[in-house]
Design a binder for this molecule. Structure first.
Ligand SMILES: *Cc1c(COP(=O)(O)O)cnc(C)c1O
Ligand SMILES: [Zn+2]
Length: 410
């Protein structure tokens, strides 16, 4: 364990759950106390992952059945923080909507869309910012900061506002209008950087160097964002009566949600809270598909994508720092990685809206067109259950969807 434990006076300032034992580096395996290690691995700068003493977790299907389905924090036993201490707006607990027309088209038993658009700020990013901002509060931060393609920045400014922290959000100029507007509305300090996510990331890194007291809530820099995303899988499992879906198709940028859900599947399986196994599939856009390319080439890590160019801002991540974890999760679960064109993705968003009523933002619709591509590759059997994750609501980028119709003369 952490050598800093030799300083007992500084221990246990955080208020964590019983089974949470600390953070483990996924790269060097070293373990750290969560009071002392706040972000990346102090030894090797690797990604830290919350770890638990599963023998100390007492949670049964019956317990879960009896709980109201009202927030991601209903799984607090398997999260670092309790529901009571969490900075929360009752995020999560989103519907799993059956889509019979899509099931017929994909030639499978059932298709469901996990509709993360019903979250407080309209995307699943809320599930990451809730625990990340909770950790910031517990570590005594006054300011949180991140670079984001847009939705995470909006979510961070919302949760920071709720926790009475200042937020500093670095967005690329291509972020959507709603994201920029709402960071302002939540009182965040916003810097719009010309260019793309990498440029916003550089401006953020410079600012972090200047402001030592800013606390990062950036992806895989804080250990808590991927941890919060676990709850998506647990909800799906419960919504399917504790039967694992055969497939989850996930619109993948950094892959935070996919890595989180893969961990969640292992935890629920080990605790006998779910039957069956799930293949996790990464869906990307052809204009920025470093993970799909690495998957096809059999590589353990991606090569940075030279010229990213897709209309799917949320998944336009040319240099995803955790690609080895994403590729591991995909391969370990028997999943695949696919990439489809912007045109196919926007068509998929329109098809889902017209046939099933659900509103998917462009980045999210990569999961829908990815599901079609997987069906064409015969990745699904006719008795399979497929879950498509709609990571965010269509009305964040209704203008982009409408313009797509305009391009077709409609
Ligand atoms: C951030 C984001 C993604 C990609 O999430 P990762 O888990 O980092 O791959 C997908 N869709 C939307 C709407 C997003 O905001
Ligand atoms: Zn390490």
């Amino acid at each position: 364990m952490d050598r800093d434990l030799s300083r007992p006076a500084e221990r246990s300032r955080m208020d964590t759950t019983d089974a949470f034992v600390g953070l483990e580096c996924v790269d060097c395996g070293e373990r750290f106390d969560a009071d002392r290690a706040t972000h990346r691995c102090p030894e090797c700068d690797g990604i830290l992952d919350p770890s638990y003493d599963y023998d100390a977790v007492e949670l049964t299907r019956e317990d879960l059945r009896e709980r109201p389905f009202d927030s991601m924090w209903r799984y607090e036993e398997l999260l670092p923080f309790s529901r009571e201490t969490a900075v929360s707006m009752d995020e999560g607990a989103t519907p799993l909507v059956e889509c019979p027309t899509l099931a017929a088209e994909l030639g499978v038993e059932a298709v469901y869309i996990k509709d993360e658009g019903r979250n407080p700020t309209g995307t699943f990013k809320d599930r990451g910012q809730s625990p990340a901002v909770t950790a910031a509060v517990q570590h005594g931060a006054t300011d949180v900061a991140l670079a984001s393609a847009g939705n995470a920045g909006q979510a961070a400014s919302a949760y920071a506002g709720r926790a009475d922290l200042d937020s500093h959000v670095f967005l690329p100029s291509r972020s959507g209008f709603t994201n920029k507007a709402m960071v302002n509305v939540h009182g965040g300090d916003m810097t719009v950087v010309g260019g793309r996510i990498t440029d916003a990331g550089e401006a953020y890194a410079d600012a972090m160097d200047e402001h030592e007291d800013w606390y990062s809530v950036k992806t895989f820099v804080t250990p808590y964002r991927h941890e919060g995303k676990k709850t998506m899988y647990w909800e799906v499992a419960e919504q399917l009566a504790f039967e694992a879906p055969d497939h989850v198709v996930y619109p993948t940028g950094g892959g935070v949600g996919l890595v989180g859900m893969h961990k969640a599947a292992r935890e629920f399986r080990d605790l006998d809270l779910v039957d069956g196994e799930t293949a996790f599939h990464a869906a990307q856009a052809e204009g920025c598909a470093p993970i799909a390319k690495a998957f096809d080439e059999g590589k353990a890590r991606h090569d940075a994508w030279e010229v990213p160019d897709t209309i799917c801002g949320g998944i336009e991540i040319p240099d995803p720092g955790a690609s080895h974890l994403v590729l591991d999760a995909v391969r370990d679960s028997g999943g695949r990685a696919v990439a489809t064109s912007d045109d196919e993705i926007l068509d998929a968003a329109v098809t889902v809206a017209q046939e099933e009523g659900l509103e998917m933002a462009p980045a999210c619709a990569a999961a829908a067109s990815g599901a079609w591509a997987l069906a064409e590759q015969d990745a699904f059997d006719d008795d399979d259950t497929v879950v498509i994750v709609n990571t965010g609501t269509g009305n964040k980028e209704a203008d982009v969807l409408r313009s797509h119709l305009m391009g077709k003369g409609i």
